[in-house]
Design a protein around this ligand. Structure first.
Ligand code: FMN
Length: 285
């Protein structure tokens, strides 16, 4: 059984490294073989948005290191992602990789593997979207998340001083390994509001009646009882989860595929009408 650590920080020997390494030591202790990749060491080009990757057997045409990263994820049974919070969310390297994961969204290549997320951060209250990209990433890939944890550690390598953080990281690694061995996807971290991504970000919809988890797209209603605000999600909400395989299949079949037919059908008209914009303010340079 293999667990792959993915680091989303450029800083070597920083907090993401320390927490990931401690967790991987825990995973090793629980019987896992472990490996570590720093995402910033690899060339991850931006998605070029062709969309052709969705229809071609061979997938994305870009020649960089992303296929290597996917192959490493493919070899692993579990992923341990350690990514710091930068300006309220994840570092850009993770978003860059997420966009490139489009090709995998409807294929289910890694579906059913396990994952855990660790987020070092510096300032309390400055992490509202820190789990957003990890949730999207593992949502697209179809991984089952066992732990999501944020660690309040600021300066370079300061995590070594925080015994509680080190202990928690080791437990997260051990429990990820055990979850894989037992094939037990039970969620082990503190629960949030959304039953799927466990985040606490809730969006009020335009009708001011319903609310939704903006990451998962599941809907419910706000309740206030004795001054306690809560969300009651619709009974069948979980089956409408944005990254659910059936929802994904329908999105691909009834939204993306027809858009290709429309695109091909309207080619000549677009050529004529688009000339105005092609000729105005050229940006090649
Ligand atoms: C550009 C930049 C933006 C940051 N933004 C935030 C932030 O919004 N919230 C926060 O709590 N910490 C923020 N931090 C602090 C890092 O999350 C923190 O230092 C973390 O421990 C770094 O992990 P690393 O050592 O693995 O890189 C930021 C750091 C940098 C360099």
């Amino acid at each position: 059984m293999k667990i792959l650590g993915l680091i989303g920080s450029y800083r070597k020997n920083g907090n993401s490294d320390i927490l990931a390494k401690e967790a991987l030591m825990g995973a090793e202790e629980a019987g896992a073989e472990v490996e570590l990749l720093r995402l910033t060491n690899y060339r991850i080009e931006p998605c070029q948005g062709f969309g052709l990757c969705l229809f071609r057997e061979e997938g994305c045409h870009i020649k960089d290191d992303v296929k290597f990263i996917w192959s490493k994820i493919g070899e692993a049974d579990g992923i341990l992602l350690s990514v710091p919070c930068y300006f309220l969310e994840s570092t850009a390297v993770l978003k860059q990789l997420i966009d490139r994961a489009w090709v995998l969204a409807h294929r289910g290549t890694f579906r059913g593997k396990y994952a855990s997320v660790m987020v070092p951060y510096a300032t309390r209250g400055w992490i509202p979207y820190a789990m957003l990209q990890p949730n999207i990433f593992f949502g697209i890939l179809g991984l089952k998340i066992i732990h999501r944890a944020a660690f309040n550690v600021q300066g370079l390598g300061e995590a070594v001083h925080d015994d509680a953080a080190i202990k928690k990281a080791r437990r997260i690694g051990m429990e990820l390994a055990r979850a894989i061995l037992d094939q037990d996807p039970t969620y082990r971290s503190e629960r949030g509001l959304c039953p799927i991504c466990q985040d606490r970000n809730i969006r009020i919809l335009k009708d001011h009646k319903a609310v939704e988890c903006p990451t998962c797209g599941i809907r419910g209603t706000l309740t206030v009882q004795d001054g306690i605000i809560d969300v009651v999600f619709d009974e069948n909400a979980v089956s409408t989860y944005r990254f659910d395989p059936v929802v994904g299949y329908n999105h691909f079949t009834y939204h993306i595929k027809p858009s290709r037919d429309y695109f091909l059908r309207t080619k000549e008209d677009r050529k004529t009408k688009g000339k105005l914009y092609r000729d105005y303010l050229k940006d090649e340079g």
